[in-house]
Design a protein around this ligand. Structure first.
Ligand SMILES: Cc1cc2nc3c(=O)[nH]c(=O)nc-3n(C[C@H](O)[C@H](O)[C@H](O)COP(=O)(O)OP(=O)(O)OC[C@H]3O[C@@H](n4cnc5c(N)ncnc54)[C@H](O)[C@@H]3O)c2cc1C
Length: 752
């Protein structure tokens, strides 16, 4: 069996050639296995799209050669130890070598179940050719000179007759050539907030097309123009294709040599391969802080000076450096960073991070999450080089670099035509940028709109209320602010956990270690079973923050939505809102059903979503209770939450009371004043005495009691998202909104 990961091509592939030779020699059938997991670091729509497009080209090539390739896409209903089961039955597994985790660990795990060979498919000078880790480029250049000459001969043709394996696989392979990639990607539990890159499609065909355009034109000026990021077409922009092995580095090197492109060859064969050799020979994880040379760590720590910025501000390009912000835009939207900017970008991070160690972690986070060539040995070497790896000390030492080679962001900005570079990174990310309307400015709508906008899409939002928030609303009375809907939230899904950490670092969210009581007829101490968070300074600040630079039409109640040609006409009570290519509805399911009608494609799914109602009361005055929140399992109340002790609130004592679903349902149409009296009385039974005044609000749709179990719905450019999809929690609303945005991005002209 040949297992491909980083040489995903059917040509010039040592692993595939070895597989064919060994199958013929052993007289056994051959199977080519390729898969995409949901668990690789930073798994996202962006990487998945590139990988799947590459898999389509691989499949075509294998067909043409009479080989059987099977492709496994990990997703709900298609998980399990598929590879292990296959490997157990294989006489030999041959794979392409990758010296970094997790692939190196996965290789070791498979080797426990079958004889396994690793072939170096990525370097012209194989990683095993040198005995120890190269430390500097000049030494590597010298040590590999002779070897490089030998290895640029034409690729040898393998003459081996092999039978394809047609036995039982133990899983259902994806027919990748015919698959609808957008639907497949949407089904995977991966980060949908990082969308595919519209103008960098994956696969050998797209990769060679890019190479040939470069080879036949800009390559001859490469030596002179390669360092000017404002002339982006002067560089090959092949790194993503090399990372996934969609193109053969051997062919690129041969053809560059034929054109005597020495500088380009030096980058490809010395700098790129130095990085692979460096990672291959590393005794421990080459990404670790401890993998940096001792002198670099010591000098960086001794001279560290910074004005720390939250990671989110860095990620979204919200610094005072126009150049950094543009570089981030390039990463966020286009998944690439010009080679000459990488060093400046990487070293600049020192001045905004709490420590050099944090700088390193942030470099990997920002690069690997967005760059299509992230997680490559060349990326690892490039990022660690920013902090002194494979380099020498320079003097005099100066902060924040110490004696690590310095690079000034301001200086680079002065030597670059920023306007021209800005125009390049601001180019349309989609060939046909769709107009998008998000209906509903609760967290799901805000998350969808924010995700779309940061990848350059045209998006507007409308809500029938006076502001953003939905069920994360905050009501302001003369006594202060009341979060009368959602009180706090948990974070369990790793994607939401990451986002909450970003918000927390930016001060938008704070942990809520509230002192809890419980009431079951008697009041006693309660406990929190898992960490809870609140938005700061109010619950509605979070959706507002996500929508801050977007067009939000408030008090705009959508009452009709109709298909017109390929678009959707959206109407409100006062007239037409407009025609949109895509509409994302993020309103509670019964309201969506009323809008769309029972004969719509979504109706069955929407009808299956159920909500409990909730009467909420806002109360101020001293209560004399020693708790920040009380969970109630007896009487009309389900919850009493103190507002003034929440992070960033303060002011006079005030409480929000939530009636239980059963009580709220039984008294759904009751008079407001009567409800207020009943809830005040129930609060007094908890021990909440004092002179109170009360305001009440009825949530007809409060917590979801039955969700549809899909993260979004879509049909003909209309999408549905919200907590009705995955469950009645803030986390679920965010995940669903992001998933719907991801589906729009994946479909909007990415060749998917
Ligand atoms: C009382 C209460 C307590 C809760 N407690 C918690 C908790 O402790 N933890 C937790 O995680 N979650 C809690 N939740 C649930 C959480 O608030 C929701 O899951 C989440 O906020 C839902 O977000 P959403 O964007 O899906 O929907 P919503 O927030 O409901 O947003 C939908 C938006 O659509 C707008 N809209 C509706 N119809 C139209 C239309 N036709 N035209 C234009 N706009 C329209 C609405 O005005 C609203 O702003 C609670 C909710 C309530 C009400």
């Amino acid at each position: 069996m040949v297992w491909l990961r980083v040489a995903v091509r059917g040509h010039e592939n040592p692993a595939l050639d070895a597989g064919r030779i060994m199958a013929a020699t052993l007289g056994l059938p051959l199977l080519v296995y390729h898969a995409v997991s949901e668990r690789y670091p930073h798994a996202s729509d962006r990487h998945h799209a590139f990988i799947l497009q590459g898999a389509q080209n691989l499949s075509q090539e294998l067909h043409e050669q009479g080989l059987r390739g099977v492709f496994h896409v990990e997703r709900p209903g298609h998980r399990g130890p598929v590879l292990k089961a296959l490997a157990t039955r294989a006489a030999l597994v041959i794979t392409d070598a990758m010296p970094l985790k997790p692939l190196s660990s996965w290789t070791n795990a498979v080797a426990e179940h079958a004889p396994l060979w690793q072939m170096d498919c990525s370097c012209v000078v194989p990683m095993s050719a040198l005995k120890r880790q190269p430390t500097r480029a000049f030494a590597f250049r010298k040590a590999t000179l002779a070897l490089r000459q030998d290895m640029l001969d034409p690729w040898p043709q393998v003459d081996a007759h092999t039978e394809a394996f047609h036995g039982e696989l133990g899983f259902e392979p994806v027919d990748i050539e015919r698959a609808d990639l957008a639907t497949l990607i949407a089904a995977c539990e991966i980060d949908h907030s990082v969308g595919p890159v519209a103008d960098t499609l994956g696969g050998s065909k797209a990769g060679y097309a890019r190479w040939e355009r470069f080879r036949d034109g800009p390559l001859k000026h490469y030596a002179r123009q390669r360092n000017d990021a404002a002339r982006p077409r002067s560089v090959s922009r092949l790194s993503a294709y090399l990372h996934y092995g969609h193109i053969s580095p051997f062919r690129i090197a041969r053809e560059a040599q034929a054109m005597a492109a020495d500088k380009f060859l030096d980058e490809l064969l010395v700098w790129r391969e130095l990085a692979w050799h460096h990672c291959h020979h590393a005794v421990s994880d080459p990404r670790a802080w401890t993998a940096l040379p001792t002198w670099a760590r010591e000098t960086l720590e001794a001279h560290h000076e910074s004005t720390p910025l939250p990671l989110e501000a860095l990620e979204l390009g919200q610094t005072d450096s126009a150049l950094w912000n543009l570089a981030q835009k390039s990463l966020l939207i286009h998944g690439e960073l010009h080679n000459n900017l990488r060093m400046t970008w990487g070293k600049a991070l020192l001045q905004w991070s709490r420590s050099p160690r944090q700088t390193l972690a942030r470099l990997f986070e920002l690069n690997d999450r967005y760059a299509l060539d992230g997680r490559d040995p060349a990326s690892v070497a490039g990022l660690t080089w920013c902090l002194g790896a494979m380099d020498r000390p320079f003097s005099p030492p100066e902060p924040p670099f110490g004696s690590v080679r310095s690079r000034s962001l301001a200086h680079h900005a002065r030597r670059l035509d920023l306007e021209r570079y800005g125009a390049w990174v601001s180019r349309a990310s989609l060939p046909n940028t769709p107009s998008i309307l998000v209906v509903g400015a609760g967290l799901a709508g805000a998350a969808a709109a924010h995700t779309l906008a940061r990848t350059g899409a045209h998006v507007q939002v409308c809500d029938k209320s006076r502001g953003a928030g939905g069920r994360m609303s905050t009501r302001r009375n003369p006594q202060g602010a009341f979060d009368h809907g959602a009180q706090s939230f948990t974070a369990r899904d790793p994607r939401f956990v990451r986002q909450v950490k970003l918000w927390e670092a930016a001060g938008a969210v704070a942990p809520w270690p509230g002192k809890l009581g419980q009431f079951d007829g008697v009041l006693s101490a309660g406990s929190n079973t898992e960490p809870r968070f609140v938005a700061a300074p109010a619950m509605n600040a979070l959706p507002k923050r996500l929508l801050q630079d977007l067009t939000l039409h408030t008090q705009t109640h959508v009452q009709r939505i109709a298909r017109e040609g390929q678009q959707w006409r959206v109407e409100t009570e006062t007239g037409e809102l407009g025609l949109y290519d895509r509409v994302i509805l993020t309103i509670p399911a019964p309201q969506a059903l009323a809008l769309l009608g029972t004969d719509h494609a979504f109706s069955t799914a929407l009808q299956n979503v159920h909500y409990a109602p909730c009467w909420a009361a806002m109360l101020h005055g001293r209560a004399g209770l020693p708790w920040d929140g009380i969970r109630c399992s007896s009487g009309p109340l389900a919850w009493a939450g103190r507002q003034d002790t929440l992070p960033d609130r303060g002011g006079q004592e005030r409480w929000v009371l939530h009636a239980s679903p059963e009580w709220s349902q039984a008294n759904l149409e009751a008079d407001k004043n009567w409800v207020a009296e009943q809830l005040a009385q129930a609060f007094a039974e908890l021990g909440g005495g004092g002179d109170h005044s009360l305001d009440v609000h009825r949530w007809r749709y409060s917590l979801v009691t039955q969700a549809m179990g899909k993260d979004h719905l879509q049909h003909q450019g209309l999408l549905y998202a919200g907590d009705g999809c995955l469950g009645g929690r803030i986390e679920a609303a965010w995940l669903s909104g992001v998933a719907a945005a991801g589906a729009v991005l994946a479909q909007a002209g990415h060749g998917l």
